[in-house]
Design a protein around this ligand. Structure first.
Ligand code: GLN
Length: 448
């Protein structure tokens, strides 16, 4: 914990990964744990960890990077993942920056300023879990938690050269995660190594009576299961993931990774996920619709910022929301409210749900013959701060290769697979069957 704060003091005024630090409490906990240390303590005992600021932490400010929750200083409970981390005695050193309400791909929409990519401070770290990825990449913490609705763990992991896993929908409880799109959101670990990632996932999985979508999956010991090697592993490589839109340096790195897998005894073949091209459109309809409903609670009365203007009741709602939500959040609420409005439901929402089923079927079909699917995590590497900020469509396209995975509910990891000539990290995405994180880790570990 000392080392973690030392590093934070050295670099965080440049990287700006943290929104809130928990220094006094963290040092106190570290002292207590030092005294209780014994041979039976867990592997994560005393480890400093950073938490994305949309995961509720008892007594520690939780903002979702929005002015709406700027004064949410003293949450009354811990998210289930935090309770689970408390059981294995990790120490939360602070809360990490993100795009406001997890909407974005660059951590530029935060009310608390932009986080920078530790590999090159002129570049974005990715998003929305940009603080979670940058803090690990900059060596401020070993571990962090992020959340992934359409790519928000894997894309920043790829841009920042770290390991990030989006678990199967339902593997990890979302109780205490400030909801963006409830049918897609998952919490997951971001770490430097695959092994660390497996240990952190192990600590947070499991059914939770406070999240009806969580399930009691049969969970192996991931760090043992991953040691098996990849001899005989069958890899599918979707042709849609390596088409013209993918940057040549990214493609080259993925091809080199596949070659390495061949050398390690795995085989790969080209496959097809034919409905991938509809994923982006379906995702932005579904996620914005769900967001418009989830964010309705922030009205200045029940939750969130309340306007100081002396206005009547209806205008309290309007003014509070107008003042406290940023542009991107408003854009999503408007899109979602429109898509769900009377007369449009069948044309938009229902149709998008049908497309979602087709996408899920694509994955299931490939998984009849292959153990994992491999491709790039993102079509390009990190872009410059400010480069895409005024162009929502280009920003949305960042997640074209990660979104289908959320729609299908399957798990996927991003691991580093090289650098571009300009020295920016490239991410390799390994996608697994529902609840088969063990095979993902096995594949990822063999590569490392
Ligand atoms: N970039 C995507 C979006 O803006 C994904 C965000 C996420 O996974 N939370 O919606």
């Amino acid at each position: 914990v000392d080392a973690s704060f030392k590093r934070i003091n050295e670099v965080d005024d440049k990287v700006k990964a943290f929104v809130t630090l928990n220094e006094e409490e963290a040092r106190k906990q570290a002292k207590e744990l030092d005294e209780k240390l014994n041979d039976e303590t867990s592997i994560l005992y005393g480890m400093p960890i950073g938490i994305k600021d949309n995961i509720v932490t008892k007594g520690l400010r939780t903002t979702s990077a929005s002015r709406m929750l700027d004064n949410f200083n003293d949450p009354l409970y811990d998210a289930t993942v935090i309770q689970k981390l408390n059981e294995v005695n990790t120490i939360t050193v602070g809360k990490l920056n993100m795009d406001e309400f997890a909407m974005g791909s660059s951590t530029e929409t935060s009310f608390y300023g932009k986080t920078r990519n530790p590999w090159n401070l002129d570049y974005v770290p990715g998003g929305s879990s940009g603080g979670s990825a940058a803090s690990v990449a900059a060596g401020e913490v070993f571990f962090s938690l992020g959340s992934d609705t359409g790519g928000s763990i894997r894309q920043p992991a790829a841009f920042s050269g770290v390991v990030g896993l989006k678990p199967t929908y339902g593997l990890v409880s979302r109780f205490g995660l400030i909801a963006f799109a409830s049918s897609l959101d998952q919490i997951g670990p971001i770490t430097r190594t695959v092994e660390d990632n497996a240990h952190l996932l192990q600590a947070i999985v499991g059914a939770d009576k406070l999240d009806a979508t969580s399930v009691n999956a049969d969970v192996p010991n991931y760090s043992e299961a991953m040691q098996q090697g990849v001899k005989g592993l069958r890899i599918g490589v979707p042709k849609e993931y390596l088409d013209e839109g993918v940057n040549p340096e990214v493609k080259e790195a993925v091809m080199a990774a596949l070659k390495k897998y061949e050398e390690l005894g795995a085989t790969w073949e080209e496959v097809s996920l034919p409905h991938s091209k509809y994923a982006l459109a379906a995702y932005y309809l579904l996620s914005s619709s769900e967001a418009s409903a989830n964010l309705a609670r922030f009205d200045g009365i029940r939750y969130g910022h309340r306007t100081d203007k002396r206005v009547d009741m209806i205008d309290v709602y309007k003014e509070s929301r107008a003042e406290a939500f940023g542009e991107e959040v408003k854009r999503r609420i408007m899109l979602g409210t429109f898509a769900l409005s009377s007369g449009y439901y069948d044309a938009y929402y229902k149709k998008a749900q049908k497309v979602r089923t087709l996408i899920k079927n694509d994955f299931e079909k490939v998984f009849e013959d292959y153990d994992v699917i491999i491709g790039p995590t993102t079509p390009t590497v990190a872009f410059k701060i400010g480069e895409n900020v005024d162009d929502p469509l280009t920003m949305y396209a960042q997640d074209i290769l990660t979104i289908p995975i959320n729609l299908a509910g399957v798990p996927a990891i991003s691991i580093p697979c090289g650098l571009t000539e300009a020295g920016l990290p490239i991410g390799l995405q390994i996608i697994g069957k529902h609840f088969d994180e063990a095979t993902i880790y096995r594949t990822a570990y063999a590569f490392e």
